[in-house]
Design a protein around this ligand. Structure first.
Ligand code: HPA
Length: 235
């Protein structure tokens, strides 16, 4: 039974899925870190693979950029493929003063300017949060691997290029970083009764006009990927 966006059958995805934004990162992880990896999706080029890491079944599936795109893939994985846990591995812009280039952020919660929660018709504001089980495992694994990790709030924005220049206001609320997918992931997980966590490497600090090179982004990505895979092993 395929879905509108994923061609696999039930059982083609492992209970835990790592979700980079870039489908070529999914391919890279599958080819370099998973054993017995097989392609399970290539609709729209949004590559997905399932294999094992140290004997544990793991899938990696690209999400594309932004909440609508990640929202579709994570919804289908949770509801139609019996996926229990999704760990997004992406990049973020660092905005709190203590967040430095190449740091890893574990998104404990996610603020957003998106209207994604309107679909739930709640008489108030929903607070999207990470799964404590995944967050705790990731925090402990980061310590073991000696990867510096900052734990706190993300700001999940609908826009990359933004006329409002609101980042200083989010920084005043001690939000650590800006990205564009975590809130939809956390809301989909909550609604489905499943687990989610967003791990980000800091690729730029827009308020300080600091940026990483392509090589630094690759190294940062490797660190984050190891953290995500070892977190899976420590669950
Ligand atoms: N804005 C939004 N998303 C991002 C950024 C940013 O500055 N950096 C990495 N992802």
């Amino acid at each position: 039974m395929s879905t509108p966006h994923l061609q696999g059958n039930k059982g083609d995805y492992a209970p835990i899925v790592l979700m980079p934004g870039d489908p070529l990162r999914a391919k890279y992880i599958a080819e370099n870190y998973l054993d017995h990896a097989r392609l399970v999706n290539e609709i729209r080029g949004m590559l997905g693979y399932t294999g094992t890491y140290q004997g544990i079944p793991v899938s990696v599936q690209g999400s594309g950029m932004g909440m609508p795109s990640l929202g579709i893939y994570s919804y289908e994985l949770y509801h139609f493929f019996d996926v229990k846990s999704i760990i997004r591995i992406g990049t973020a812009g660092g905005i709190a003063p203590e967040v430095k280039l190449r740091d890893v952020i574990l998104g404990q919660a996610s603020c957003t300017n998106s209207n994604y929660a309107a679909q739930y018709r709640l008489p108030g504001t929903f607070a999207p949060i990470a799964s404590f089980r995944l967050l705790k495992a990731a925090a402990e694994t980061a310590q073991l691997l000696q990867i510096p990790a900052q734990i706190g709030n993300l700001f999940c924005s609908d826009t990359f290029y933004d006329d409002a220049n609101s980042l200083e206001d989010w920084a005043k609320m001690h939000v650590l970083g800006i990205e564009m997918e975590s809130a939809a992931l956390y809301m989909n997980a909550a609604r489905a009764g499943k687990e989610a966590l967003c791990i980000c490497t800091v690729s730029d600090c827009p308020l300080r006009h600091e940026f990483t090179s392509a090589e630094e982004r690759q190294n940062g990505f490797t660190n984050m990927m190891k953290l995500a895979l070892e977190t899976v092993r420590n669950l």
